[in-house]
Ligand binder design. Structure first.
Ligand code: HEM
Length: 503
């Protein structure tokens, strides 16, 4: 009897899977779009590249192969189209009010914040509540603290001068980025720049979290939920590196709890908004959006969004400058001349006026762009691509690097060429295609913090007053710098990092 029921259930399951397969291949509105049949049939195709092939995070390579074979629009999984065309941006237009697909963004393991809000209305409500905190006036107020933290970084690096010990610049810049982001959000940096080994384990854990994130996406969000149930002692044994990330979250939880416990929640006005928690609590959000768990998730996402990204960009830019000393020398000369005219170290707005430094920053952001595709869907209206109708509700994505690495727009795309931004006319033309901070209603809120941090750090590292120079140590572009794994942020093949001696 029980055997018969099992057989009948299996048969029913088989028929359901077969029906779904036939529907996806022949009757789905996406059946007319080109791409591998297996990718149209099951997301297991993507999971193989995301979780197993070459150590994971390799679907970006396969998507590019599909485009080479099938053209600019391809079906990359049963429900998603990917477009490789630098001039197509219909889904990101502010007027479209597109949604973010939860399936893709569940790699982060967290919802309830602005970044991962699905519907446009919910996103707009949450973004409106925190956007004033990122105003130009707030940025200007934050600048002295960013300068102070960069001064600390310079001091830490100077201490390595003459020593036969290479510094891991990836760790150094991630510590700076964490301290800048947490100082911005909470007015108190988390002190990662004080860490003796520049939080090496924590930084490694972020990379490991990228792998877990992809597994989480393909397990329908179950993996991280199950992992949250594992007792801390066992988790430590399974993954010692996760200690670093756990420590960060613990620190975050304490800051948020203290703030929620200690400060009046109804107060309004500039004084009350001394940190992002107060910004949220004194906003017009409805009470349920001010619940402690929601505030915590917003804080987590704002600080995490600002750390790996900015830390990685600074690392890659510094690598390119150190590996091409004539470019570093040209930058030093430009900064020296400006400093001589000013009679003091330049401030952020002044550094932004330097054309070569701007070329350096643009090239760094271009070569180290967010590697993850940025999927969206419009639940209410169809879209079109070159006359082809994309039915409403279809997830559509594009990838910044397709444009960043396009030889038609950026000749010799894999070469670090600040010179390509020198001519004003070229700069105008190229700027249209360089969108490292995303576009539309969901674009980066922290762009000005990131740029301030990058310009000021390079301005000090390559200043005549730096007091030291750096020399790369056993760092290979292909192995230690270039994008290999797409964990939304780009990661190189090896874990060795960009290392340098301080001279
Ligand atoms: C070089 C550094 C950075 C890069 C390249 C970068 C890039 C991006 C991109 C591409 C997005 C859109 C992602 C998507 O569409 O799914 C985004 C969103 C966001 N970023 Fe950044 N980011 C950087 C630094 C920062 C910093 C320093 C902060 C804050 C301290 C920050 C906070 C945010 C937030 C809150 C969002 C979500 C915005 C929204 O959904 O409305 N980012 N960033």
């Amino acid at each position: 009897m029980a055997y018969n029921i099992i057989v009948q259930l299996c048969a029913l399951g088989g028929i359901a899977i077969l029906t779904l397969g036939i529907y996806r291949l022949y009757f789905s509105p996406l059946a007319k779009f080109p791409g591998p049949k297996l990718a149209a049939l099951t997301s297991a195709y993507e999971a193989f590249y995301d979780c197993f092939k070459g150590g994971g995070g390799r679907y970006h390579v396969e998507i590019n192969r599909m485009h080479d074979k099938y053209g600019p629009i391809v079906r990359i999984n049963p429900w998603e189209l990917h477009i490789r065309d630098p001039d197509w941006n219909e889904v990101y237009k502010i007027t479209r009010r597109a949604s973010k697909p939860m399936w893709y963004y569940q790699f982060l393991g967290t919802f309830g914040n602005t970044f991962t809000s699905v519907e446009a209305d919910v996103h707009r409500m949450r973004r409106d509540a925190i956007q004033p905190y990122f105003s130009p006036a707030a940025m200007a107020r934050h600048q002295p603290e960013v300068e102070r933290l960069i001064g600390k970084l310079m001091g830490r690096l100077a201490a390595f001068k003459g020593k036969d010990e290479a510094v891991n610049l990836g760790d150094v810049f991630r510590c700076l980025a964490t301290d800048v982001a947490t100082a911005f959000a909470f007015r108190t940096p988390f002190g990662h720049l004080d860490s003796e080994d520049f939080e090496h384990a924590g930084n490694m854990a972020v990379r490991q979290f990228g792998v877990l994130g992809l597994l989480n996406r393909h397990s329908g969000g179950r993996l991280l939920k199950v992992m949250a149930l594992v007792p801390p002692g066992l988790a430590r044994r399974l993954s010692p590196a996760s200690l670093g990330v756990a420590g960060f979250f613990k620190q975050l939880a304490v800051v948020i709890k203290n703030e929620l416990d200690s400060t009046p929640k109804s107060e309004d006005g500039e004084e009350a908004k001394t940190n992002i928690i107060q910004q949220i609590l004194t906003s017009n959000l409805p009470p349920e959006e001010k619940a402690p768990w929601r505030v915590a998730r917003e804080c987590n996402s704002v600080t995490l969004a600002g750390t790996e990204t900015t830390g990685s960009s600074l690392t890659v830019i510094t690598f390119f400058l150190l590996s091409q000393p004539q470019k570093a020398a040209r930058l030093r000369e430009e900064i020296r001349r400006q400093q001589e005219t000013l009679g003091r170290p330049p401030r952020y707005q002044e550094l932004k006026e330097l054309p070569y430094l701007t070329g350096v920053v643009n090239e760094g952001l271009r070569l180290d762009g967010v590697s993850g595709r940025l999927p969206r869907y419009d639940p209410k209206q169809d879209m079109t691509y070159k006359g082809l109708v994309i039915p409403k509700g279809t997830v559509v994505s594009t990838t910044q690097n397709d444009t960043n690495y396009s030889p038609d727009i950026f000749p010799e795309p894999h070469t670090f060429l600040p010179e390509r931004w020198a001519d004003e006319g070229d700069r105008k033309k190229l700027s249209k295609y360089l969108l490292p901070f995303g576009r539309g209603a969901r674009s980066c809120l922290g762009m000005e913090i990131a740029l301030m941090e990058i310009y000021l750090t390079l301005g000090r590292l390559f200043s005549p007053d730096a007091g030291f120079e750096m020399e790369l140590h056993e760092t290979d572009h292909e192995r230690d710098v270039a994008l290999f794994h797409d964990y939304f942020s780009p990661f190189p093949k090896s874990k060795r990092g960009v290392r340098a001696f301080v001279r």
